[in-house]
Write a protein that binds this ligand. Sequence first.
Ligand SMILES: [Zn+2]
Length: 451
Amino acid sequence: MSLALCFLSSHSYGQTAPSYQDQEKLHDIAKAISSQRIEQDIRTLVGFGTRHTLSDTNSTSQGIGAARRWIKSEFDAISKACGNCLDVYYQSETISGETRIPNPSEVVSVIAIQRGSHDPDRYVMMSGDIDSRVSDVMDTTSISPGANDNASGIAGTLEAARVLSQYQFSGSIVYAALAGEEQGLFGGKILAQQAQKDGWRIKAVLNNDMIGNIEGINGVINNTTARIFAEGTRQTETPEEARTRRFTGGEVDSPSRNLARYIDWMADRYIPNLDTMVIYRLDRFGRGGHHRPFNDLGYPGVRIMETNENYQRQHQDLRTENGIEYGDTIEGVNFDYAAKLTSLNAVSLAGMAWAPSPPANVQIQGAVQPSTTLNWDALDPAQNPQLKGYKIYWRYTDAPQWQFSRYVGNVDKYTLENVVIDNYFFGVASVSKDGAESPVVFPGAAGAFGE
Ligand SMILES: [Zn+2]
């Protein structure tokens, strides 16, 4: 039986995997992430007693002030070790009149930026959250270790910075320790608004929120899966864009979804014993996280986290009730697992920062024709000297992951002969000379990663 007949008759997914060029450096990066350093950093963060947004800011050993000064000093040390390769700064705003921040309070995030060599205004970002909470979200003094939620995300972000700062990238990488998450996603909102004001070309936000728990409330214990939450149609879609999408598709191909597919591939290729579930939702059912303020402004962003959550260890006063221990303590964190998810972040950030920019202004034509034609804007060679060319991907419309691909060279238009537009979804990625690829960009406003 011919190969073509074989896949047409079986129509099974995961059977065909588009070819790619293995990146030795990404294997090195995945291996360099240290679970010992992650454990050490989580222990340090837990040691601040509480990291509640409205907790003490003056103490040198307890409270949110001490915690953020320690995070800043860690980023500064990482920067010093790489010849000052990071711009490290506090991002602060005074918030008041909010349900969970009634009185004027400073919300202070810590940001570190590793500047790209050729396209520094193009950004990919990894984030975690500094603050913690117990049962009462306004309790600013009780011990609130927040070991998994979300010291794990901060420790992962610091460790990714340590490893990735040993390399040079074409695009910029942001490492963000965001504040005020539990009080209403304030740190993310502040950073997203600043990014928009300053014209940052953000191509990816990898929000890490709880990456260390492997013992689920449902009894499942599993350290081999992770979840990537990604919204469907973009929040910034206009009614006119929605009308277009109704006739051309794109509900399942927002840039956040194709970012999630990119990370899913990275897990398959570079992280042993890890399979990711791409979840077709903004976040957990009715719940929130710090990627949302970025999605709100149209930026691609996902939430990366453990698969099996334990609600007895989230947002709980430390106590024992009916023999059950409540509270987000260090005992609930598996450091090897947190390291595995950090490796996934690191290879995904590196892959995108080494790759050329995702193609912009991707268009598709082919109605009532035997063939499908895609075109896009040629990337600026000054910003993307590593560009080799472009690769077209396609898949069945009900397949979760891209199935077929063709490298088409350094062109800005290509026709797939006798591939009928109605039967597949299509997208375009950019490819570097050594084989690093951008995420796949679905045509039109529905899938755009921006300029
Ligand atoms: Zn939380």
